[in-house]
Design a protein around this ligand. Structure first.
Ligand code: NAD
Length: 371
């Protein structure tokens, strides 16, 4: 899969349970090295399930390709030329994929935008909107951009520089919402405290980054398990968090008429159920089989639901008992292992450290020596 490979680097594959999305049950595979993420997602999904689970939607799978055109005199005239020729340009783009064309998908629209730079120049960006079906679509988007670039150059008389997909996939949004019963999460006071915790994240970048990192714990773990390009998802999520001009919480938390907590998460989600390593990596194939998703859109909203479940558990813990209680118990296992405990000794060492309320590497080492 990559160059100069000397080995593989394994991470744990776990299954988050209790997920019900649009009335369908899911077992959600997660690949992540951090303890407590799978437990938190499962717990969040269990709480959401009591009020019907997640309601989720996703856009069609439109990717955006960008072509940069420089050295133009009259950009407005060039834009009208591109508009007139858009049918031919789309045909050229679509000649790149028989599969998409057969499915009545592929390049659908061409738009233009001007960018004014600090140095005083103006450049034209031609954008290609492509329905990439059930793939992430990075390669086909790049191929289509490269295929139409010479024609755009000829048409505009300008100079083409970049021809590349945008990972800010705002035409591929996925959304999940869920209601969390106030009585099951500790009452009205806890609901209000969770909303205050959210408002902190939404108005302070130092908190927002950590809050959104927690959401990405859920999102990226499922993305990794299913063989997605996680950097693309993460970069888009962070840009989306800053869409108002300020970096904010990706989730919103409110209260409904019954006083129950309502969570919502919407993210640009460029994922595939075909292509890339998805049909190559045996565990990605297995994960998709476990997940039983039928399309890239379905996968995209399952991933978003995992992010919402994760965020619920994290802010609930933070707004009540704090996260260390649950986290340290799981962390104790890693400490025991790092201290050199044999697999059969780990449970004993973990129990001792928890009982003593002394979860540390030093104590783990002492216990290993004693055993
Ligand atoms: P891909 O190149 O494997 O293309 C998908 C293939 O699936 C195509 O050949 C298509 O014809 C086929 N296909 C079969 N059934 C389909 C269906 N129902 N819908 C859509 N296509 C169908 O993969 P990709 O998705 O184009 O690219 C993903 C890979 O590209 C990832 O590994 C990613 O890391 C990498 N990549 C990313 C970037 C970026 O994010 N900026 C840039 C370049 C490459």
């Amino acid at each position: 899969m990559i160059e100069n490979a000397i080995s593989t680097f394994s991470l744990p594959l776990g299954i988050a349970t209790n997920f019900q999305i649009n009335g369908k049950d899911y077992l959600v595979p997660m690949v992540i090295e951090e303890p407590s993420v799978v437990a938190a997602a499962s717990k969040g999904a269990k709480t959401a399930r009591q009020k019907g689970g997640f309601v989720a939607t996703a856009d069609e799978s439109y990717s955006i390709g960008q072509i940069q055109v420089l050295d133009l005199d009259d950009i407005d005239e060039v834009i009208s030329k591109i508009k007139i020729s858009s049918k031919t340009l789309l045909e050229t783009a679509n000649s790149q994929s028989k599969t998409l064309s057969k499915m009545n998908k592929g390049a659908k629209e061409i738009t233009c935008k001007k960018i004014h730079t600090k140095s005083g120049t103006t450049m034209l960006i031609v954008e290609l909107l492509i329905d990439v079906g059930d793939a992430m679509g990075a390669n086909i988007t790049n191929s289509m951009c490269e295929a139409i670039a010479p024609k755009v150059e000829e048409l505009t008389g300008g100079r083409i520089l970049l021809r590349i997909l945008s990972n800010y996939s705002t035409r591929r949004m996925a959304k999940a919402t869920a209601v969390f019963d106030k009585d099951n999460i500790g009452g009205e006071n806890v609901v209000d405290n969770i909303i205050s915790a959210y408002e902190f994240a939404n108005n302070d970048v130092y908190r927002a980054v950590t809050h959104n990192k927690g959401i990405l714990n859920g999102v990226i773990a499922v993305a990794n398990a299913t063989g997605q390009d996680s950097r693309a998802i993460e970069a888009a999520a962070n840009a989306y968090a800053a869409r108002s001009g300020r970096y904010r919480s990706l989730t919103t938390w409110t209260k409904n008429q019954d006083g129950d907590l309502v969570g919502e998460l919407e993210l640009p989600m460029s994922v595939g159920t075909v292509g890339g390593i998805i049909n190559v990596h045996p565990l990605a194939k297995l994960s998709l089989k476990i997940l039983r998703v039928e399309s890239a859109s379905e996968l995209s909203y399952v991933i978003v639901a995992a992010g919402l479940a994760q965020n619920f558990s994290a802010i609930r813990a933070l707004a009540t008992e704090g996260i260390q209680k649950g986290h340290m118990r799981l962390h104790a296992r890693n400490l025991a292992s790092a201290a050199g405990a044999l697999p059969e000794q780990i449970d004993k060492i973990v129990s001792a450290m928890i009982q003593e309320k002394n979860i540390s590497l030093d104590r783990a080492k002492e216990l290993v020596n004693q055993i």
